[in-house]
Write a protein that binds this ligand. Structure first.
Ligand SMILES: Cc1ncc(COP(=O)(O)O)c(C=O)c1O
Length: 423
């Protein structure tokens, strides 16, 4: 869906956050990532109203740049980072360590040392063998580390298979079925240097149904009860991960939060225990629809079956999602259609048959030099971008009340040459 501010002005020119998109394209070049700052702030406010800002950990993998980290910090939220790279980046741009949750199937010894030294708020344990490693790093640093144990609940979130993260045989989390999860709890409770705060589960991404969130909450509740019976431990936190989709008809943040509370409440009530603090880790919901990508049409071609390709000056290097998941963004012209339309496929300029951004799109006839906008590209575009075919990563520009503020710049040949050795 377009950001709420997206509109065509009286001259039929597409605008976002009070600025004309073609003007932004000529000022900053294309491809261009635009973030509607007002939309992002509104989405943060909506989620925070449902869960409490202090219980929201933005999943920074969706889009990790300094400006977004700052906004998340100012909103009073937590930050979810994966591995050493995101951790170092978040710390370097000034995000407070105590509000960071460190994730990852593998966390290097250096990442654990850094987390311990800086006082990272939570480490989310993803395997049994991590527990002694975290405990050692925290003992060496002289402070105890709060941890959550990530559970593999075996729940199908009805999303793309590559986005389902808690199904049986997934590489994420610790399995409930074979007793490993209980063993992890026992290890954590016995380990000197860690403090077990509770459990974590992220069942997947781009989820459009409410039921899987309910099932996850119930599975966490049932596990918490089983552990309490075995060990006496009752969690004071449960982190339900992120995953809320942005497609038309997807549940609201409030519905997800209420479903999770309702799913868990009976388990706590049965034992006469307080409902643990509930944490959520939204990524896509916050930044996805806040971002759009502007392309310039660079050419057109008819192929044998009569279809027309429009070529744009970006593609899979700035948005790998169509080729990874078949997830085509909605594309709009920056000049309002004045009647005549044609059906086109939109291809990127990379040397790969899969580099098709959208198929069967109805647009006014466009030619080289015209602009096109892809919607919902704020999440998992910039953060998953590549330099395939030595195409530069577009800059991210924030727009608010008609004013554009660059947040990153386009990289260049000069940047890449700096990484070369011995030429
Ligand atoms: C552990 C964890 N939390 C949160 C998220 C964010 O998911 P989404 O962007 O779908 O909200 C992810 C995404 O993969 C994740 O792995």
């Amino acid at each position: 869906m377009p950001p709420r501010s997206f509109t065509y002005d009286a001259q039929g020119i597409a605008c976002v956050a009070g600025a004309r998109i073609p003007d932004l394209a000529s000022a900053f070049g294309t491809p261009l990532y635009l973030i509607d700052e007002g939309e992002l702030r509104t989405r943060i406010t909506e989620y925070a109203a449902a869960a409490g800002a202090e219980n929201l950990a933005y999943a920074s993998k969706a889009l990790l740049i300094g400006r977004v980290a700052k906004l998340i910090e100012e909103a009073g939220m937590l930050l979810d980072v994966v591995g050493q790279g995101e951790l170092e980046f978040a710390l370097r741009v000034g995000f407070p360590a105590e509000r960071i949750l460190l994730h990852g199937v593998y966390k290097s010894a250096a990442a654990l040392r850094l987390a311990a030294k800086e006082g990272v708020g939570r480490i989310v344990v993803d395997s049994l063998e991590e527990i002694p490693a975290i405990a050692k790093a925290s003992r060496d640093s002289g402070r105890a580390q709060d941890i959550l144990i990530r559970l593999q609940l075996g729940i199908d979130p009805h999303t793309h298979p590559s986005l389902a993260t808690s199904v049986p045989l997934s590489q994420f989390g610790i399995s409930l079925d074979d007793g490993q999860a209980l063993e992890a709890v026992r290890l954590a409770l016995a380990a000197d240097g860690v403090v077990l705060r509770g459990y974590h589960s992220h069942i997947g991404s781009a989820i459009t149904e409410l039921a899987p969130f309910r099932l996850a909450a119930e599975a966490l509740g049932a596990f918490a009860v089983a552990v309490q019976t075995e060990t006496g431990f009752w969690p004071d936190e449960l982190d339900l991960g992120g995953g809320l989709g942005i497609q038309e008809g997807a549940p609201t943040p409030l519905a997800v939060v209420e479903e999770a509370r309702d799913g868990l409440a009976p388990y706590a009530a049965d034992l006469g225990r307080p409902l643990p603090r509930l944490i959520f880790e939204p990524g896509r919901y916050l930044v996805g629809p806040s971002g759009i990508t502007v392309y310039r049409v660079v050419g057109r071609k008819r192929v044998g079956d009569g279809r027309t390709y429009l070529f744009v000056d970006g593609g899979m290097s700035d948005n790998p999602r169509p080729s990874l998941y078949g997830s085509y963004p909605l594309m709009l012209a920056t000049h309002e259609a004045g009647g005549e339309t044609e059906e086109v496929d939109i291809a990127g300029l990379h040397c790969e048959t899969g580099d098709v951004l959208a198929r069967g799109v109805l647009l006014p006839p466009l030619h080289a030099g015209d602009y096109l906008v892809a919607l919902d590209t704020g999440a998992y575009n910039h953060s998953m971008s590549s330099h395939y075919n030595r195409v530069a990563t577009p800059p991210v520009v924030f727009v608010r009340d008609g004013v554009a503020r660059p947040a990153t710049r386009r990289d260049s040949l000069a940047d890449w040459l700096r990484f070369e050795v011995g030429i």
